[in-house]
Design a binder for this molecule. Structure first.
Ligand code: F6P
Length: 516
């Protein structure tokens, strides 16, 4: 099914039924009563999916709302849209591209897609290279230069899998065009022991190219000669990388979106950190989640349930944001990664046909690891005037064996979810908490390559589901282009001092910040 054929969610019978349910009392749903009156609530609203347990029972949803949301998914053609993605149809209609990041984690021979052999050939070559770098004790520092999807995924995953990382290598991630960032890294590394990875799908992104030029100039100014040994490029634009002077290259295709690219050659820093076996496990975990998404009945399909809950919260409850609370320090970059995944995918004001949306789309995602967030913004989550659903991510087995840290960490995660729901009513005035605040609680047994892969694929598919219900193209990002174009104009003006035709505010800032 092509995107233009999809019905508008807000014109379906299920949407009208949901509106009716909302008006008839769903807006006044009380979690405390729901648990009191329904002994089966936990069982009905929790489930296992590959490598992930999810407790959705503390969300403001009941069986009737869930059933209507499932009906909505059917009326919106969710299954056909999902199957179109997995069939390689051009569902990224504004760029006329297929959406096949899932193919990067599909085992050799498992589907008949014509690109699968190339995927595996590239993967084998990249993993062989990663093994070689891991074994090369003369290389101590890996500097990844990339931004957005060419930075956030690898950076998040390398941190998340720190417990599995090879000894003797330091990983640095340079993304910002702000020279302070690369300057700080270059001061800490030596040319003979550093490998620079220039990661860019397009190999044209201004930040990445500026940083790559500075890295190359620094390398050569320090007497570095062997670019082939000290630079590799991860890109769909191999010819541009060669022109830049990099001959060690690993490619991927335009059907991998930047924010979906950590499974591709962009994942090379992850493969160097955790090794070929570890990287294959990451892919395997994600593949298991792909299979779950494709085959589980909608009612027990975790990405479907989560994506529909997101629609229910955004469009009926009106919740404008969602807070991500990973109770594991190694997941410190997860909120930033999920921000791009969800907000760049679903932050759209028109549907796939270009018509103005009649309903709200992506929420704002934000967060910090627990327990740090508790001592910063949880006050607002408990007693603020806005309700923000919270997503707890807990890991049963810690990667350390220190004292009672983990027990306390887990106790805090559970207690916060409990406090949000329960509230406090008789303490008086400032001490009262309304409670009835929703949360989802995910549990992974261990933070390991396979479970991380599964969790990330779960999130990718969840974003697909809400985007699909909204009828938007989750796979383009035209909204970032205008700023890029204007920045080019302002760069020239800062250099020349020319402010002709600018608005008064921009002109004043150009005058103030011009180095002239
Ligand atoms: O400008 C946004 C964006 O295109 C993201 O979608 C992408 O992840 C990032 O820039 C980096 O792009 P590239 O990998 O082509 O350098």
């Amino acid at each position: 099914m092509n995107q233009p054929d999809r019905p508008r969610c807000d014109e379906t019978p299920a949407w009208r039924a949901l509106q009716h349910l909302w008006g008839e009392g769903a807006r006044g749903f009380d979690l405390r009563n729901a648990f009191k009156t329904d002994e089966g609530r936990l069982a009905a609203f929790s489930q296992h999916a590959p490598h992930v347990f999810a407790d959705l029972s503390r969300n403001l949803i009941d069986a009737r709302a869930q059933a209507l949301l499932m009906q909505l998914a059917r009326e919106c053609g969710l299954q056909a849209h999902r199957d179109a993605m997995f069939a390689g149809e051009l569902i990224n209609n504004t760029e006329e591209r297929a959406v096949k990041h899932w193919l990067l984690r599909t085992p050799r021979g498992a589907v008949s897609d014509p690109d699968l052999a190339e995927v595996h050939d590239t993967l084998d070559a990249m993993l062989a290279y990663a093994s070689q770098v891991r074994g090369d004790t003369a290389i101590t520092d890996i500097v990844n230069i990339g931004i957005g999807g060419s930075d956030l995924g690898p950076q998040m995953a390398v941190a998340a899998l720190e417990a599995y990382a090879v000894a003797g290598k330091r990983f640095h991630f340079v993304s910002n065009v702000d020279g302070h960032e690369i300057d700080g890294v270059l001061k800490r590394v030596r040319p003979e022991s550093t490998l620079f990875l220039v990661a860019s799908k397009t190999f044209t992104t201004i930040e990445t190219m500026t940083n790559a030029r500075s890295a190359k100039a620094w390398f050569e100014s320090q007497g570095g000669r062997n670019i082939a040994r000290h630079f590799a490029a991860l890109t769909t634009n191999i010819s541009a990388a060669r022109e830049f002077g990099i001959t060690t290259t690993f490619g991927f295709r335009d059907w991998v979106g930047g924010r979906y690219s950590l499974w591709s050659a962009i994942g090379l820093p992850i493969a160097i950190a955790i090794g070929a076996q570890g990287f294959r496990s990451l892919l395997q975990g994600a593949h298991e989640m792909d299979m779950h998404f494709q085959t589980a009945a909608l009612e027990s399909n975790l990405p479907v349930r989560l994506g529909l809950l997101d629609v229910w919260y955004r469009n009926f409850h009106g919740f404008a944001s969602r807070s991500i609370a990973p109770y594991h320090s190694h997941l410190k970059r997860l909120p930033a990664y999920l921000q791009q995944l969800e907000m760049e995918s679903n932050g759209k004001r028109v549907d796939a046909q270009g018509r103005a949306m009649g309903v709200e789309t992506s929420p704002v995602l934000w967060g910090e690891p627990g327990t740090n967030g508790q001592h910063a913004y949880f006050q607002m989550l408990h007693q603020g005037t806005q309700v923000t659903p919270v997503e707890f991510i807990a890991v049963k087995q810690p990667a350390h064996d220190l004292g009672d840290h983990h027990l306390q960490l887990m106790a805090n995660a559970i207690a916060q979810a409990q406090a949000l729901m329960q509230g406090q009513h008789d303490a008086g005035g400032h001490r009262d908490f309304p409670g009835n605040r929703p949360s989802t609680f995910f549990v992974l047994d261990r933070l390991e390559p396979a479970s991380l892969g599964a969790f990330l694929a779960l999130y990718e598919h969840r974003v697909f589901v809400s985007g699909s219900i909204w009828g938007i193209n989750s796979f383009d990002q035209w909204g970032v282009e205008l700023g890029k174009v204007l920045a080019r104009d302002i760069s020239a003006r800062l250099a020349s001092g020319d402010v002709a035709g600018l608005d008064a505010s921009s002109a004043a800032l150009v005058r103030m910040l011009s180095p002239r």
